[in-house]
Design a protein around this ligand. Structure first.
Ligand SMILES: Nc1nc2c(c(=O)[nH]1)N[C@H]1C(S)=C(S)[C@@H](COP(=O)(O)OP(=O)(O)OC[C@H]3O[C@@H](n4cnc5c(N)ncnc54)[C@H](O)[C@@H]3O)O[C@H]1N2
Ligand code: MOO
Length: 389
């Protein structure tokens, strides 16, 4: 059995980055932008009023200043008049500041009588002007990143209607097992619902992949071979179940028959030990264990980093954080243990029930405490590493 770190290295070795495509901004959120984006204009492109009020010369501000209103400037329709001594221009938020003016007073601080305004009270220190280029200047660069809604707004303001992003890796998800029916179907007395495929679909989509759900394969060579054939064209095939040593666990044997170049089988981790990986046809292939929590933990520890590598991001494990324990932990065995835990204000609290079949425990957990092989018993208050779910 190899270590989790070694398994992840070998999995990165199976990844062929997907390359890039250009998408409109409406499809850009959540995508990985692969190259810097460069603004082709300055924002604001002119000094602009930040408020509705009057533009005037700061030098005119004095006790009981009275100014003549000589024109109007609105957003999208600036004034071509120049503001001279004793003059003001009615101005609205977003309008270009007229020539000659260097200050804006908000309309609440003004009384108006016909063409004349009086500035009343203390107007404070704010000039209510957004200088040209205050947000960014032409040539401003947004570096490669997973695009947030805020990034998309910035790219639009930079006048970039399209953006170059990594193509989403297509990941074919293949649940296997005679006992499985789809959610919403009527299970027979010995049957259970295929759940892992849906959890993994959600996990992979959120990580930036394009998961493709295949029909459940039965535990026969013919059914598995046919289903694996349906995955053709995917970047990665992920099988679920049938990875262990039972008489009906055929994924290893069938993939070998199909000529899989195996990268490894079995990882010293808990849950998730019977993990298989390699290359088959033009695809990478990862065979996840069927136990529901095992499949989701392997998805978190291995598939999420793999998706990032497919997208061209640095090959790195899931980020770890540290927090104190709110409850003690027993000594760990020889496998790296990913314990389902909640993160409370007092610290991390591992669930008493760590059976890898308990999805209700996983769903309630916000964290996986990472226990190295052979880790000693831990007391309340000790800092331990964890991965956020
Ligand atoms: N003699 C041994 N038995 C087992 C070992 C071992 O080392 N020696 N390892 C155990 C471990 S650890 C795991 S994990 C499981 C993995 O088994 P498989 O990958 O072969 O998975 P299955 O046997 O097909 O299924 C296990 C379990 O999970 C349920 N399952 C499967 N697929 C789904 C799905 N898509 N959605 C929901 N539930 C699923 C299945 O019904 C079984 O209950 O092997 C242990 N055995
Ligand atoms: O690895 Mo199994 O995943 O311990 O339940």
């Amino acid at each position: 059995m190899i270590s989790v770190a070694e398994a992840l290295e070998r999995l990165f070795g199976l990844v062929v980055p997907t390359g890039t495509q250009t998408v409109p901004l409406t499809e850009a959120a959540g995508r990985y932008m692969t190259a810097p984006a460069i603004a082709d204009r300055t924002q604001p492109p002119f000094a602009a009023s930040a408020m509705d009020g009057y533009a005037f010369r700061d030098a005119d501000l004095g006790a009981n200043a009275r100014l003549r209103v000589i024109g109007e400037a609105a957003a999208g329709a600036g004034s071509d008049k120049s503001v001279g001594p004793g003059e003001a221009i009615r101005i609205f938020t977003g309008a270009p500041l007229p020539q000659g003016a260097d200050r804006v007073v908000i309309q609440e601080d003004v009384t108006r009588d016909g063409d004349m305004i009086s500035i009343i009270g203390d107007v404070g220190n704010s000039f209510h002007i957004r200088p040209m280029g205050a947000d960014f200047k032409a040539g401003h660069q947004l570096d490669p990143r997973v695009l947030t809604p805020g990034d998309v707004a910035l790219l639009a303001a930079m006048n970039l209607p399209r953006v170059t992003v990594a193509r989403k890796p297509v990941i074919a998800l293949l649940p296997t097992g005679n006992e499985l029916v789809q959610p919403g179907e009527d299970p027979g007395p010995d049957q259970v619902i295929a759940s892992n495929s849906y959890g993994l679909h959600a996990l992979l989509a959120a990580a930036g992949a394009a998961p493709r759900m295949l029909p459940v394969a039965r535990d026969t060579t013919a059914s598995l071979e046919m289903a694996i054939g349906l995955a053709e064209g995917a970047d990665l095939l992920v099988t679920i179940g049938g990875a262990s040593v039972g008489d009906h666990d055929l994924v290893g044997a069938v993939t070998e028959r199909l000529g899989m170049d195996r990268a490894f089988y079995k990882v010293a981790m808990r849950p998730g030990k019977p993990l298989i990986a390699g290359r088959i046809g033009g695809m990478a292939m990862v065979g996840l264990p069927g136990n529901p929590v095992s499949a989701m933990v392997c998805g978190t520890i291995f598939l999420r980093p793999m998706v990032r590598a497919y997208l061209g991001q640095p090959a790195a494990p899931e980020p770890r954080q540290h927090a104190p324990l709110a409850a003690p932990l027993p000594a760990n065995g020889p496998r790296e243990h990913y314990m389902r835990a909640t993160l409370t204000p007092e610290g991390l609290c591992a669930d008493k029930r760590q059976d890898s079949a308990l999805l209700s425990v996983l769903a309630a957990a916000g964290a996986l405490i990472v226990r190295p092989p052979g880790d000693a018993a831990r007391e309340i208050g000790e800092e331990v590493p964890f991965i956020r779910l």
